[in-house]
Design a protein around this ligand. Structure first.
Ligand code: HEM
Length: 427
């Protein structure tokens, strides 16, 4: 990491070389220009890198909007926007409405309340045995004599199968579900050609048709699952007299499902992978886990801080405002850099060091804060902890293979390793 030249004058957010090692850039920005103006795909943006500024922005939904128009994806040119509209018309796609992540209170509050009624603490904790079984099964199928490509053999299938289970997707549709999940995620934080984008939009329409049919089936035959809960979720008028109490429309439910898939899969994949890398780099932590598996929760929390796969997220300034002494005109597109905030030395002394015993373990912003606080945080924590417990139980020790090139995917929103090969010694 230390032999990388950090030239923030010529910084480009989507440059693969930057994404390979962004923390040195963020560190320099925090020191020299914590509010950093740049552009992505010719669109001017401002990166906010200090913990306190990030926190202030995400808590102030009156001044800073999450309403980006195009959802979480990178903005598209007018010609491509037309082609996408045309495709949806021809293929009978559903209008993609903003729900939760990309809208503001009070509309966002209504969605959160309704989704919370479906995605309950009970629904999440009931997934623990499922996650344990999937994790154990995946580890059992590792080739114990040889090498394991951890991303492909564990970190990708675990979250996909978990969310598929939560959404009651049958085994024989798992491969489709994985493909649709990739289609939903592809345009987020990564530059795509127009043709690539259209291929993914086609996949999203397929995904919409599948789940629309599932919702219709549950309207006729309700089941005990999140889809049925979403169909039946209503605002409690005694509790929230000001929120509209109509049921969710099909477009809204499909958008919610898409958001759960997008927000829940890749984030967990990236964090699981980084957890193994961090444990390989800190073998004493693995040994401590072997002796005391109850440390898993702490290790997970510190992994989430260090990894912060959702490195940054969009906000719009609704008014003229000043951040760390820099004037930000109304309409400016900002990116709150959670990944930078989580290594801010003012909050996390020795922030580049993996230390599950740090006193400020839970201060990180990897799951955001306030109105948009990650709806899946408890599922993510459960998934990571259970996975780690099973890995520690079934693997005595492991090393990183020499063949690793540690290449990161060039996305600033969902940063993670393309692959991670490990050599394991079973317990
Ligand atoms: C390690 C894994 C995860 C990380 C690091 C993560 C990170 C985040 C962050 C930073 C936000 C806030 C974005 C903002 O403020 O604009 C967020 C929101 C969200 N996350 Fe997660 N997430 C993870 C896992 C999950 C899972 C497993 C699910 C669901 C299955 C999920 C669903 C959501 C949803 C629906 C929102 C939007 C909430 C809202 O805007 O009201 N996330 N997540």
């Amino acid at each position: 990491m230390s032999d990388v030249t950090v030239d923030i004058e010529n910084f480009k957010l989507l440059d693969p070389a930057v994404q390979q090692c962004p923390h040195l850039y963020y560190e320099k920005m925090r020191e020299e220009c914590p509010v950093y103006a740049t552009e992505v795909e010719d669109i001017p943006i401002v990166l906010v890198t200090k913990y306190e500024d990030v926190l202030e922005i995400i808590k102030d939904t009156d001044t800073f909007s999450s309403q980006t128009g195009g959802g979480a994806a990178l903005p598209v040119n007018a010609e491509l926007a037309d082609k996408i509209r045309q495709l949806y018309k021809e293929e009978g796609g559903y209008n993609r409405v903003g729900t939760m992540l990309t809208i503001d209170p009070p509309e966002q509050t209504r969605y959160r309340k309704l989704v919370n009624k479906a995605f309950t603490a009970r629904a999440v904790s009931s997934l623990e045995p499922v996650i344990r079984e999937i994790s154990a099964g995946l580890i059992d199928s590792f080739d114990t004599k040889g090498k394991v490509e951890f991303v492909k053999e564990f970190a990708v299938p675990l979250p996909v199968r978990t969310i598929a289970k939560a959404l009651n997707v049958p085994e024989d549709r798992l491969a489709d579900f994985k493909r649709w999940s990739d289609d939903n995620i592809a345009p987020i934080g990564t530059a795509l050609s127009d043709d690539q984008r259209l291929v993914h939009e086609r996949g999203i329409i397929e995904f919409q048709h599948y789940f629309a049919e599932q919702f219709e089936q549950r309207r006729q035959n309700p089941q005990e699952d999140i889809l049925t809960n979403l169909l039946n979720a209503r605002i409690d008028k005694d509790e929230d007299p000001d929120l509209p109490d109509e049921p969710l429309t099909m477009e809204e439910m499909l958008s919610i499902i898409s958001q759960l898939v997008v927000a829940g899969n890749e984030t967990s994949t990236k964090t699981l992978t980084e957890m193994m890398l961090l444990l390989a780099e800190n073998p004493e932590q693995w040994r401590m886990l072997k002796e005391d598996p109850e440390r898993a929760g702490k290790v997970v929390e510190e992994t989430v801080r260090m990894t912060t796969p959702t490195q940054g997220f969009w906000r719009f300034a609704k008014n003229d405002v000043e951040i760390s002494g820099t004037k930000i005109p109304a309409g400016t597109r900002l990116v709150v850099m959670f990944a930078s905030a989580n290594r801010d030395e003012n909050i996390f002394p020795d922030g580049n060091t993996f230390d599950p015993d740090r006193s400020d373990l839970f201060s990180h912003l990897a799951f955001g804060k306030g109105a948009h606080y990650c709806l899946g945080a408890s599922l993510a924590r459960l998934e990571l902890r259970v996975a780690l417990e099973e890995l520690v139980k079934k693997i005595d020790s492991f090393e990183l293979s020499e063949s690793n090139d540690f290449e990161y995917l060039p996305s600033f929103m969902l940063r993670g390793l393309k692959s991670l090969e490990i050599e394991i010694n079973p317990a």
